[in-house]
Unconditional design. Structure first.
Ligand code: SF4
Length: 338
């Protein structure tokens, strides 16, 4: 029987032996009966445990530049077409960004994410981020991810040289659905930025947003595209339909479907970090802890323009599950002599 626990267990066996999940298998996960969920989660957990044990990686977001964006991404409260009462400010100073890194460490995050709104950074923005990153790397071994929009190869190279470990740039949805959520830049431009960053030796963090009106096939398609790109980290966002954005009023997702999406990503990307990202609290609701049987990472504290649950609740959830937070290394790099 397709939905029986032994079927999913066999799929986990296959994945553990190197089988790459097919689009058809991916679709069968998303369309499985709700009664199959325990079997699906058990299968995902076997794969998660093999590659990540009981570890959970925490990420801390710094909204380094807010609003003022000329783009029209329909899910985003910072876009030119959103009418949302958010703070609007230019890039924070290097000192403010360095102070944010201390907050990240205090919240037990291993990675500090510097996120700036906008189509892409100006060279002056890159200067500010470079200055902050050099200081943070001198102070601590915090892992740093930057999300600054579309980047030129030169900008990506400067960030790499300053010590940035990883770039986040999400595909958000499938190639075929992309023009339904944004008209001011293309899917291909996003791929080009990812390629430029990879060529500069940066790790890639690239994910999606589920719940914007796409089909199950679109979710499977972007999952497959990420297999091709071979990214290190996948944030799986579930749409939080913020008032004032074009997607305001979109119905929240069924939490059981959200779990199936996380299972899909774990089985399709067995060794990749899978993060339950934005919209976790509003869409997974009371099922949040179950998500960690598939995923191995969370954002801790607030999102860019919406609040998350208090960090203490995330820490308690992780502890209650018997998982453990992977701490960042506190040792700064050795000084270069000579
Ligand atoms: S480019 Fe970034 S900040 Fe601008 S609207 Fe799109 S998601 Fe929001």
């Amino acid at each position: 029987m397709t939905d029986s626990p032994s079927h999913w267990n066999q799929l986990a066996d296959n994945v553990l032996q190197g089988h790459q999940l097919t689009a058809q298998e991916g679709l069968s996960i998303l369309e499985a009966d709700d009664a199959a969920l325990p079997g699906l989660l058990a299968a995902a957990f076997r794969v998660r445990q093999k590659h990540f044990g009981m570890d959970v990686q925490l990420y801390y977001l710094e909204n380094a530049k807010s609003g003022l964006c000329p783009e029209d991404c329909s899910y985003c409260s910072q876009s030119a077409v959103a009418d949302t009462p958010i703070e609007r400010y230019r890039l924070k100073s290097p000192e403010q960004l360095v102070a944010g890194a201390r907050q990240a460490a205090d919240n037990q995050a291993r990675t500090y994410c510097i996120v700036a709104s906008g189509r892409g950074p100006s060279d002056a923005d890159v200067d500010g981020v470079v200055q902050a990153v050099e200081q943070i790397k001198q102070d601590s071994g915090l892992h740093i991810c930057c999300c600054l929009g579309l980047l030129t190869p030169e900008q990506a190279g400067r960030l790499k040289q300053a010590g940035v470990d990883r770039i986040n740039h999400n595909l958000n949805t499938s190639r075929g659905f992309y023009d339904q959520i944004c008209s001011t830049h293309t899917y291909q431009e996003r791929i080009d930025t990812l390629t430029a960053c990879r060529e500069q030796g940066l790790e890639l963090c690239c994910g999606l947003i589920v719940g914007m009106g796409e089909t199950h096939q679109d979710v499977v398609a972007v999952c497959g595209e990420l297999q091709q790109l071979g990214v290190e980290s996948i944030p799986v966002n579930f749409l939080n339909p913020i008032d004032g954005t074009p997607l305001e009023g979109t119905k929240e997702l069924d939490p059981r479907f959200c779990l199936k999406v996380l299972v899909l990503f774990r089985l399709a990307h067995p060794t990749t970090e899978i993060r339950i990202a934005g919209g976790r609290e509003v869409n997974l609701r009371s099922l949040q802890p179950l998500g960690l049987y598939a995923a191995n990472s969370l954002f801790v504290s607030d999102y860019l323009t919406t609040p998350g649950q208090p960090a203490s609740e995330d820490h308690r959830m992780i502890e209650d599950l018997g998982f453990r937070v992977v701490r960042h290394t506190t040792t700064p790099p050795e000084p270069v002599i000579g």
